[in-house]
Design a protein around this ligand. Structure first.
Ligand SMILES: Nc1ncnc2c1ncn2[C@@H]1O[C@H](COP(=O)(O)OP(=O)(O)OP(=O)(O)O)[C@@H](O)[C@H]1O
Ligand SMILES: [Mg+2]
Length: 289
């Protein structure tokens, strides 16, 4: 039981003459498991990535079709209680400052769990644990979140989502504007959460992040799912990357260049520095051995 989109189309605005509706998403069919997935959603600006993830936690509802989230069916006019969805599918916004509003960071982080029925004590316990997990400096907890830096605000927003103990976590462009160290820390955090069994979904323009961390890639184009495939498959098909103007990760470019120039048998599907290094070493060993 995860997230299941069935023939979903979505429009932000429905004109009086419904036939003139311009859909921002069309005919989306998608199945996501509630456990162990690590999905990257990519696509040009305006292709519908943020719109899509906002349907996943019922912040938006489908205009046409239906979405089942953890066993709860969501349609355009559903009267079902959406709270369990919001609790179990945590969404960290593209601009985290939009989701902060309390006087102190701690109150902000506690808001979710309190809203979802945890007692005040439990909410505080969860909030402190979440802040520790994301590496949020304790002295920032008493500060007004709007006085924090962008990276710190993002940590507060992420803590706020974690504190409600969701099964599925969605991050809309989580690494934009972070320095390299903070970016690596954040991605390592997502890896740890994924190892705990949680499904992680990230929207990103960063193909390095996709190649290194994701298992499955969804490519959106003009509101439609153009591709939905395992990472290895995407990166082994140059024609697909070219077709959707997706960039090759730099390590793969390097391996490809060595392969072309020296006509050696080298596997270019290596996604970490260590893997790439071992592959090059193997090839060098052969030619020197
Ligand atoms: N609140 C809104 N009201 C009306 N139209 C919107 C709204 N939000 C987004 N759109 C439109 O929906 C389409 C998809 O936008 P969306 O924000 O989902 O794209 P995106 O892929 O996340 O882009 P980006 O990479 O720039 O974040 C765009 O044409 C956008 O103008
Ligand atoms: Mg977006």
């Amino acid at each position: 039981m995860g997230i299941n989109f069935q023939d979903v189309s979505f429009a932000y605005y429905i004109p009086r003459n419904k036939k003139k509706t311009r859909y921002q998403l069309t005919d989306v069919n998608l199945k996501i498991n509630a456990e162990n997935e690590f999905i990257g959603i990519v696509g040009h600006t305006g292709s519908g990535k943020s719109t899509l993830v906002q349907l996943m936690n019922a912040l938006n509802r489908p205009t046409l079709g239906s979405i089942e989230v953890l066993g709860i069916r969501v349609i355009r006019k559903s009267k079902t209680l959406l709270k369990p969805i919001r609790q179990n599918v945590g969404l960290v916004f593209q601009f985290p400052e939009y989701q902060l509003f309390e006087q102190t960071s701690l109150d902000d982080i506690m808001f979710g769990p309190k809203n979802f029925g945890f007692t005040k004590e439990e909410a505080k316990e969860n909030a402190l644990e979440a802040a520790r997990i994301v590496g949020l400096n304790e002295e920032l907890l008493e500060k007004n979140p709007f006085t924090l830096s962008g990276g710190e605000m993002r940590k507060v927003a992420i803590s706020g989502i974690l504190a409600s103990k969701p099964k599925i976590l969605i991050f809309d462009e989580p690494t934009v504007g972070l320095d390299p160290k903070t970016k690596t820390e954040l991605m390592n955090l997502l890896v740890d959460l994924n190892k705990m069994g949680k499904t992680i979904i990230i929207v990103t323009h960063d193909m390095e992040v996709v190649s290194r961390y994701c298992n499955r890639v969804i490519v959106l184009e003009e509101g439609k799912i153009a591709l939905d495939l395992p990472k290895e498959e995407l990166f082994s098909k140059k024609e697909l990357l070219d077709k959707y103007s997706l960039d090759y990760p730099v390590l793969m470019k390097l391996l490809q260049r060595i392969k072309d120039q020296y006509q050696v048998d080298i596997d270019v599907n290596k996604f970490t520095l260590e893997e790439a290094y071992l592959e090059i070493k193997k090839v060098l060993g052969k030619s020197h051995g």
